[in-house]
Design a protein around this ligand. Structure first.
Ligand code: C5P
Length: 677
């Protein structure tokens, strides 16, 4: 997950491969609640692990439910059988509407009949998202609900005494035209109190987002409760309802999350192979699966089977679309971004619910697409997007809305826009606060970068060169962490070659054998671990004898040549920070920013000394300094790729700077070179 202030995505040109989707948010949170209310134990397979499900789980645990992690990320939930062991709790529900609404309903009913006092609150935006229609329906039933802030919005307190009575005998009216979550919340909660008689719900106004209510009904059935309805207007929760665990339940992949990859296939899978999406498919119970139809109408070629989709580009440019999006409110946001690549204006209508989601999505989408150069018209319940004539650089606000961030990432395919579709010059896109995707898809960007490709020249590189022990590696790693970029510690490639040579007993001057060894090096970088020949070798690589031999093998031209291609392969989206001796001069001469570190030999020797002592390794300062100077001399005087600053490098004497100070200096330089204000 990218927990950084911004993520710059370079211009992207193609997509291929396979993605596995995280579990559906809507299904996960409903299943977690049902499993907690049910009798018996439920094993929930492949639940979504994200901010929204974490707040639900935390709340269920605070209410006395036992949740255990089982194998392969499954959750084992021991249900409460409709009786709360806890009478009081304060629940923080973040910005999760799928937790707030059903928990408010369930706890209001439980407090009213069994007694209790529960507070429900969230982040500031949650307190701007309406819940009044649900509260009205619950109050009409006889629940005691106190507004703790603005009436009609969270935070709320629900309370009651044991033995309280509810007016379940008459139909309960609930508005259906603001959010279907009010109806879903009642449907999920009312079986708690329908022992004696049928309970009828009457929807007022046209029911919005029916497919989400269909998911609710489907899952209720899995937990033993069959709710009948007449044309989505009148629902009957049958008398004698009891939630019963189905034992095990699988959560399918998130169909709304699939929309980004369906769009990706439609826009960028043009190389002959489709993009494969695993986790949802033709058997999905989620309404947003119908996004497939909309994407096909815009030109996507889609094949589907149970649990999978395969998508590739069909029509190009995409075909402009006019669509009533009421059945697919969340995924429809993705159409607004596909519209950037269409052959005319795209108009999405009946989307008033966008205005009461994580942010006012109509206003947010209009503002951000305009920044890219699109002409956008918005109304209370529609948006119309005309693709840009000329794309513009833009730093995209994401409004703490996961879907805004995921949608806007697709603007990175701007080089493909226009009639050729094969690629012109492109613009990078900055996504502000990319962490907000954690609401439903914490690894969204990693998943995206796993299946896209860019022109190497478009992928930004920062090089950090300098002598031994100048702090290159530390600086490079810190920069990469702040920018979300990959790292290349090129010294480790020479060290690994040296270690392998020691293992195989190869003479330090046997250039041909060493070069063959380097070319065939079985070396992998797994997170922070370096694995050579199947064994983690992080500590061995730092050995002084290995460093010394590395500096000797690094002077051999054939060895350097053998490692050249391997280093170039690290240049992958979203970007790279590479450290070494010749990163800016030989390997990445077109790097966007080159830094050359120039700490004095005395400083560097003292740093290394402290480092060794802290690891309990004895060393003499004088010896270290002599050794450093010998290595520097060899690195500077060798015939190939000698250590020197590139002409266009910026020098940084970090002798007196802390790591944070050095990072800030370099990030300042970097920001100046980026096209974003
Ligand atoms: O940076 P580090 O000390 O890990 O590098 C080990 C050796 O590899 C250095 O002494 C240097 O001689 C060599 N090296 C190089 N070119 C690079 C990186 C390291 O010659 N880009």
């Amino acid at each position: 997950m990218y927990d950084i202030p911004f993520l710059d995505i370079p211009p992207l040109r193609a997509a291929s491969g396979t993605v596995r989707l995280p579990g559906s948010k809507s299904i996960s949170n409903r299943v977690l609640l049902l499993a907690a209310l049910a009798e018996g134990r439920t094993l929930v397979h492949e639940p979504l692990q994200s901010d929204d499900t974490r707040v639900m789980l935390d709340a269920l645990c605070a209410l006395g439910c036992t949740v255990q992690l089982a194998a392969h990320g499954a959750l084992r939930i021991d249900g409460l059988g409709g009786r709360l062991p806890v009478q009081q709790a304060a629940l923080f529900l973040g910005n999760a509407g799928t937790a707030m609404r059903p928990l408010a309903a369930a706890l209001a009913l439980l407090a009213a009949t069994q007694g209790g006092r529960f507070e429900l609150s969230g982040v500031p935006r949650m307190h701007e998202r309406p819940i009044g229609d649900l509260v009205d329906a619950l109050r009409a039933l006889g629940c005691d609900i106190v507004d703790l802030g603005r009436p009609g919005y969270p935070p709320l307190r629900v309370e009651g005494q044991p033995g309280g009575m509810l007016h379940t005998g008459r139909p309960i009216p609930v508005r259906g035209d603001v959010s279907s979550q009010f109806l879903s919340a009642l449907l999920l909660a009312l079986p708690l109190v329908s022992q004696a008689q049928d309970i009828v719900i009457e929807v007022q106004g046209e029911l919005t987002s029916k497919p989400y209510v269909a998911i609710t009904l489907n899952l209720l059935a899995r937990f033993g409760i069959s709710v009948a309805h007449e044309d989505w207007r009148r629902f009957v929760v049958p008398r004698g309802s009891r939630y019963r665990s189905p034992g095990e339940i699988h959560v399918e992949g998130d169909a709304s999350s699939a929309s980004y990859f369906i769009a990706l296939g439609a826009i960028a899978a043009h190389g002959g192979a489709p993009l494969r999406i695993e986790g949802v498919g033709s058997d999905s119970i989620q309404g947003d699966i119908r996004f497939v139809d909309a994407a096909q109408a815009m030109g996507a070629k889609v094949q589907a089977g149970p649990g999978w989709l395969q998508v590739s580009r069909g029509a190009w440019p995409l075909r402009a679309l006019q669509l009533d999006c009421n059945p697919i409110p969340d995924a429809a946001m993705t159409l607004a971004v596909m519209a950037l690549y269409a052959d005319g204006p795209t108009r999405l209508t009946n989307i008033a619910s966008w205005r009461v989601k994580e942010t006012d999505r109509i206003a947010a989408m209009a503002a951000e697409l305009r920044k890219l150069g699109a002409s956008v018209t918005e109304g209370q319940d529609f948006i119309e997007v005309v693709p840009p004539h000329r794309w513009q650089h833009a730093a995209m606000h994401t409004y703490d809305d996961h879907r805004m961030a995921m949608c806007l990432s697709l603007a990175s395919f701007n080089p493909l826009a226009g009639h050729t579709g094969s690629g012109g010059p492109g613009l990078p896109v900055r996504i502000l606060d990319p962490r907000c995707v954690a609401k439903t898809f914490p690894d969204y960007f990693e998943t995206l970068f796993g299946v896209v490709s860019a022109e190497p020249a478009d992928v930004p590189v920062i090089t950090v060169d300098g002598p031994t022990a100048s702090g290159k590696g530390t600086l490079a790693a810190a920069l990469a962490a702040r920018l979300g970029y990959h790292t290349l510690d090129s010294g480790s490639l020479y060290r690994a070659t040296a270690l392998a040579a020691l293992q195989d007993g190869i003479a330090p001057d046997d250039e041909a054998t060493l070069a063959r060894l380097a070319a065939m090096l079985d070396l992998r970088f797994e997170g922070t671990a370096v694995v050579l020949r199947g064994r983690p070798v992080g500590d061995d690589l730092r050995r002084e004898d290995v460093g010394s031999l590395a500096s000797r093998v690094a002077a051999l031209p054939a060895v350097r040549e053998a490692l050249h291609g391997l280093q170039l392969a690290f240049r992958r989206p979203p970007g790279l920070v590479a450290d070494g001796r010749d990163m800016g001069t030989v390997i990445f001469p077109d790097a966007a920013l080159k830094v050359f570190l120039t700490a004095s030999a005395a400083q560097r020797a003292s740093r290394r000394h402290k480092q060794l002592i802290s690891k309990g390794i004895q060393a003499r300062l004088d010896d270290l300094r002599v050794d450093l100077e010998v290595r520097d001399a060899r690195d500077k005087s060798r015939s190939v790729a000698p250590l020197r600053a590139a002409e266009d490098a910026l020098s940084l004497d970090n002798s007196a700077l802390s790591i944070e100070e050095s990072v800030d200096v370099v990030l300042g330089w970097w920001q100046q070179r980026r096209p974003f204000d």
